[in-house]
Design a protein around this ligand. Structure first.
Ligand code: C5P
Length: 236
């Protein structure tokens, strides 16, 4: 198997739950996403344990603060030797540049962690943009502009919907990564996701990485669900 580009969202509360879940995959090397829920509950120890198992980590903490604070925070995160970290694009180009500087200063190997930006959260819609945030451009325009800002700041890509991936790649090139959640196999329940795509559709729409949570973590047979996602998205 090639290196996985499927980030399994470890949306669990405890270290025990994570270990129990990862055991099901035997020696398989995975890409996992650690978000706020797990990180705030288990901290740096959990990151070290997952790294020791040989898995890659997308640490999804979505930093957003003044540039100097983000730079210092990224310097600390770079020491964890995780593979992807992220920030909110709405924090400005200056903040995103500072994130990269922090990662460069803190990196423990030649290679800094990749840094991607959250554009518009999928929980925001045009009405919230217009009436609460006073952003009157169309939402897809906002997403593309914030992705352009991320590229200008030197970031490696964005988190976005698979449906936005193609247009971002058309404008900013295939090397600019699109990391896309909202993935479901055909028979799954949609849960709270509004717009979902299958792994095969995400591949068609040029997603660089997909983030998959409940489709794998809540499956009766998580390994079988992972294999199906892998087959559709990466072939083999
Ligand atoms: O279980 P599910 O596949 O819906 O999980 C998706 C993961 O991706 C969750 O960790 C969720 O927080 C994250 N995510 C998302 N939509 C975004 C950004 C992140 O679902 N726009």
């Amino acid at each position: 198997m090639n290196e996985s580009r499927i980030c399994i969202a470890l949306d669990f509360q405890t270290k025990e739950e994570v270990e129990e879940f990862l055991k099901k995959f035997g020696d398989e090397k995975l890409y996992v996403k650690v978000g706020m829920e797990l990180f705030y509950g288990t901290g740096i120890e959990m990151i070290k344990t997952i790294k020791e198992m040989g898995h890659k980590i997308f640490l999804d903490l979505k930093l957003h603060d003044i540039p100097n604070t983000v730079k210092s925070a990224m310097k600390q995160l770079a020491k964890l030797d995780v593979d992807i970290v992220n920030v909110h694009a709405s924090g400005s180009i200056a903040m995103m540049k500072a994130a990269i500087e922090g990662l460069e200063e803190g990196k423990s190997t030649d290679k800094r962690p990749l840094c991607i930006a959250v554009t518009c959260l999928t929980s925001l819609d045009q009405e919230v943009l217009d009436n609460e945030l006073l952003i009157h451009e169309e939402l897809p325009e906002v997403v593309l502009k914030w992705a352009e800002n991320a590229k200008e700041a030197g970031l490696d890509g964005v988190v976005c919907s698979p449906l936005e991936s193609k247009i971002i790649h058309d404008h900013l090139g295939l090397d600019f990564l699109t990391v896309t959640p909202g993935i479901r196999l055909v028979d799954d329940s949609v849960n709270d996701q509004k717009r979902v795509t299958t792994p095969a559709m995400a591949k068609e729409l040029t997603s660089s990485y997909i983030v998959v949570g409940r489709t794998i973590t809540r499956a009766e047979d998580p390994l079988a669900a992972y294999r199906e996602v892998y087959k559709q998205f990466q072939g083999e």
